[in-house]
Design a binder for this molecule. Structure first.
Ligand code: XBP
Ligand code: MG
Length: 259
């Protein structure tokens, strides 16, 4: 029987609600600094989240908003420069403490470390965005809690492709059944499940209406003893919030189904 060995966390939307008041705000600052009129309001940004990756998201926006611009010489450099400035503004927001962790994240990481579960990250965002979020919320030493931080352009295809999870598994030398993935979006679910990793979803404002067919469990948040999680799909086995005990039970149930 395969034991649960590791947890692989998504970042944006899962560890913290980074999109609406973080990435979106930073994109808009970069656009206005460059003299562009590409303001992304909350609803439009929700539509643009269909595509993961900041540079990819700008290209997706231009396909509808100004397709001719995509044909112009130098557009890739322009997108890359806008993305560098966007990252600068995003890191500023993180360092200013504007983006807290979601409820239960710090507790679950602490429990997982105590239980000697191995930890990794699989995200489409830029690596500095991950390390800066961790430093700003949990202290510099928390970066070392994660033996692999698989992020951004390290793989050719971003989520929903499985590449980033395949990479994390490879780096850890683990098989998919030894891990659980924690995600907030359909693109994340598709990526993790395509890599064979059973996945737990914690929804947020942008992802709550998405199709999470195939997820092991769908929650409104990880939850806390004084702030129980709501189960939106699946079974939390009578537990009130996502704990290592729940994760081990879910893992054992999957293994039991195989025998
Ligand atoms: C996160 C993303 C990222 C961020 C922006 O998706 O889609 O693109 O919005 O990050 P997931 P960058 O949570 O599924 O990994 O601008 O650094 O790409
Ligand atoms: Mg996410």
């Amino acid at each position: 029987m395969k034991q649960l060995e590791a947890l692989i966390f998504d970042v944006d939307g899962t560890l913290a609600d980074t999109e609406r008041d973080g990435h979106r705000v930073a994109f808009n600052k970069a656009f206005s600094e460059a003299g562009l009129d590409w303001h992304w309001d909350i609803d439009r940004y929700g539509e643009l989240l269909a595509v993961t990756g900041g540079k990819e998201r700008m290209r997706f926006f231009l396909e509808k908003h100004d397709p001719q611009l995509l044909e112009e010489a130098g557009i890739e450099e322009k997108i890359a420069e806008l993305h560098r400035r966007k990252t600068h503004y995003y890191l500023e927001l993180l360092r200013d403490g504007e983006i807290p962790l979601r409820p239960g994240v710090e507790r679950l990481l602490g429990e997982a470390r105590e239980a000697r579960l191995r930890l990794a990250i699989a995200t489409t965002t830029t690596p500095e965005n991950v390390t800066t979020l961790l430093s700003a919320t949990l202290g510099d030493e928390s970066i070392d809690w994660f033996e692999v931080i698989a992020a951004g352009d390290i793989v050719p295809a971003k989520k929903p492709a499985s590449d980033i999870y395949d990479y994390a598994l490879d780096q850890m030398g683990l098989s998919a059944e030894q891990c659980l993935a924690l995600e907030d979006s359909r693109n994340g679910l598709l990526s993790a499940t395509d890599a064979g990793i059973p996945t737990i979803i914690t929804v947020n404002g942008y992802t709550q209406a998405e199709d999470f067919q195939g997820a092991l469990l769908v929650l409104d948040q990880f939850g806390q003893p004084d702030n129980p999680a709501k189960v939106l799909a699946g079974d939390m086995e009578g537990f009130e919030y996502l704990s290592v005990d729940v994760l081990r039970t879910l893992n054992q149930n999957i293994e039991a189904l195989k025998t």
